[in-house]
Design a protein around this ligand. Sequence first.
Ligand code: MG
Length: 106
Amino acid sequence: MLSFASEQEFQRTLLELARLKGWRVHHTRPALDRRGRWLTPIQGDAGFPDLVLARGGRVLFVELKREGRRPSPQQQAWLDALAGCAGVEVYVWTPRDWSAIVAILG
Ligand SMILES: [Mg+2]
């Protein structure tokens, strides 16, 4: 298993791999507001997955988590809604899943 120094490094490495493998990648990064709080400026329901990847007729929605963490109820609601859609792949990945991630991204 690869080890990552941080969640950011895991995410960065995963995005590099996805691009190398020809996936189109969407990722929304949180930003600091004036009070120094992290937030992601979106409209709509909170908890949307961290990544959307598309390649050759496949679309993946991926929530990234630190080891031992589970999706929040809002994140789980999105994952459940998306998993109920035809032709969609939905994953929750932690660094421990690296070998599966490599296989899925092909
Ligand atoms: Mg996450």
